[in-house]
Structure formats: structure tokens, C-alpha cells
Ligand binder design. Structure first.
Ligand SMILES: [Zn+2]
Length: 283
């Protein structure tokens, strides 16, 4: 993802669409709560079809210069995506940058305001999603071993709108308004270049798009086929938080890190062979 591929027109059009998002009055019939708009910073530069560089910034925690990326997760049929440049085939995994992983354990927080989800359900789903990746870090799932990568979380009481997507020393998850077609954005800061052993991740944030209706379980939800399954999408987004990259080759469509998702989908809830091999090799 560090490879800088710039298409001027794409950058301009993507930035324009991303920042042009506003409230969608058309869905007011369901009496949705006020949506909070989340914008990419003005200096964001597109470096891949679905990745924006947020530039270099000093990490307030360590004083080191780090780089930030926003990774866009599109609904199937949206976005114009290549085949995924860092994917290892046929193994079906890829990294944000080789060796860029967590080296300290930090807490995280979620405020499910605007999501329509029950607070404790949203918290549990995110927490379980983290456990899935941690459990797989030793290459075997469901063996209660692995690694503590993303630490413990808590339900935040404060509105995270002004903090999510910024490098502030906190790993924050929030539901806000993004451009239609985008299901979620994961922001990751770290050191992605230079000697592999010096690379690391230092912060992650996630925004889930309130443009789409969310369900804590689309299987038991009567309207689940028209909703995004939070477990399904969060497990994918958490892959970015631990250092995994998207896959866009259809050969890898069974992987949690496959780049597209859709309503009612649950395929990404469980890690697949490539996801497990990838996280195992990284940690
Ligand atoms: Zn993704």
C-alpha cells in the first residue's frame, strides 16, 4: 500500500465524493437518529483504489513520526478496485506493510451511538472480533491460545465524532455518516516503511457508515437481508487494525479480508485459511 499510485482525476473525484457526504433526509421515515458526518482530512491523498494516505504526523504518545492510512471498505458493486496489490496468491493474505504490526498492547473504545444497535451487543461483537484475530495468531483457531494484540475495550460515554479518525492516542470505534457505497473506514497509523523490524502500528480507529442499517445478527433479524451484519463487517475491519490488507482477487472471495461485502452477508464472521495463515505469519 506504500506504493504511491496517483491518478489525478480519481483523487479529485474520490475526495470530492467523500467530503460531499451530508445527512440523508430520504431515510427520515424510519425516524433515524441524527447522523454525524465523518470526513477524511483535507490532506488525504489516494494511494490505492481504496486507500488514502493521511500523511506523516508526530505521534503524541512517542514523539515519533508516523504515517496514517484510511482504508475504505466498499459495498459490492461500488468503488473501482484493482485486484489487490499486496495479496499473496494462492495463499490469500496481504499486509498493510510487511512487518507492520502491534508491539505494545493498548485499550480501545466504542460508542455505538447512531448505530441502532444495542450498546452491549455492539461492544460484544467488536470484542469477539478482536478475539478471533488474536486466537488465530498462533495459526490455529478455537484453541484459546494466540496473542494479546489489541487489548481490552470499554463502552465510551462521550460522543467520539470529533476524535475518530484523528491520531490522538486513543483507538476509537464510531458510527457516522460516510459516502454511500462505503460500508466502513478503518484508519491505521504506524511506521510502514524502512527496515521491517522497525515497522509498527501505533493507533487504529474505525467508522461504520450510518447510511446503511446495521444488525447485531442478520440471521435472527427479520429484516436482516437488507442490513449490514456488524459481526461480519467488524471482523473484516479489525483485520486492518491488526495489520492485514484487503484482497480483491475473486480467488480469495472466501476470506474475511476480501474487500467487498453486502447486505445480509455473514461469510466474513469466521476467519478463513488465508486470514489465519496471514495473522500467524505476522505475529
Ligand atoms: Zn478492508
Amino acid at each position: 500500500m506504500i506504493k504511491k499510485i496517483l491518478s489525478f482525476y480519481t483523487v479529485i473525484s474520490m475526495l470530492a465524493t467523500v467530503v460531499a457526504v451530508s445527512v440523508f433526509p430520504g431515510v427520515a421515515a424510519e425516524a433515524r437518529r441524527p447522523e454525524r458526518e465523518v470526513k477524511l482530512p483535507k490532506q488525504a491523498v489516494q494511494v490505492e483504489d481504496n486507500v488514502f494516505s493521511l500523511g506523516e504526523i508526530q505521534d503524541p504518545q512517542t514523539g515519533q513520526m508516523v504515517e496514517g492510512f484510511a482504508i475504505i471498505h466498499y459495498k459490492e458493486g461500488k468503488g473501482k478496485i484493482g485486484t489487490g496489490k499486496n495479496a499473496r496468491l494462492p495463499a490469500c493474505y496481504g499486509y498493510l506493510a510487511s512487518g507492520a504490526k502491534w508491539k505494545v498492547v493498548e485499550p480501545w473504545q466504542i460508542n455505538p451511538l447512531n448505530s441502532g444497535l444495542d450498546n452491549s451487543a455492539a461492544f460484544s461483537i467488536l470484542n469477539n472480533g478482536i478475539v478471533k484475530w488474536e486466537d488465530a495468531a498462533d495459526g490455529v483457531i478455537n484453541n484459546v491460545m494466540g496473542a494479546n494484540i489489541l487489548g481490552d475495550g470499554f463502552l465510551a460515554s462521550e460522543d467520539l465524532i470529533s476524535q475518530v479518525g484523528t491520531l490522538n492516542g486513543k483507538n476509537e470505534v464510531y458510527f457516522g455518516s460516510l459516502n454511500p457505497g462505503i460500508i466502513a473506514v478503518t484508519y491505521v497509523w504506524g511506521i510502514f516503511s524502512g527496515p521491517t523490524y522497525q515497522r509498527k502500528l501505533v493507533e487504529w480507529d474505525q467508522v461504520y457508515n450510518t447510511y446503511y442499517p446495521w444488525s447485531s445478527d442478520v440471521l435472527s433479524d427479520p429484516a436482516g437481508s437488507a442490513k449490514m451484519d456488524f459481526d461480519n463487517i467488524a471482523t473484516h475491519e479489525l483485520g486492518h487494525s491488526v495489520g492485514m490488507n484487503d484482497l480483491y482477487n475473486s480467488v480469495c472471495s472466501q476470506e474475511t479480508m476480501y474487500g467487498y461485502a453486502n447486505f445480509g452477508e455473514i461469510l466474513k464472521r469466521s476467519l478463513n485459511y488465508g486470514d489465519i495463515a496471514g495473522i500467524n505469519k505476522l505475529y
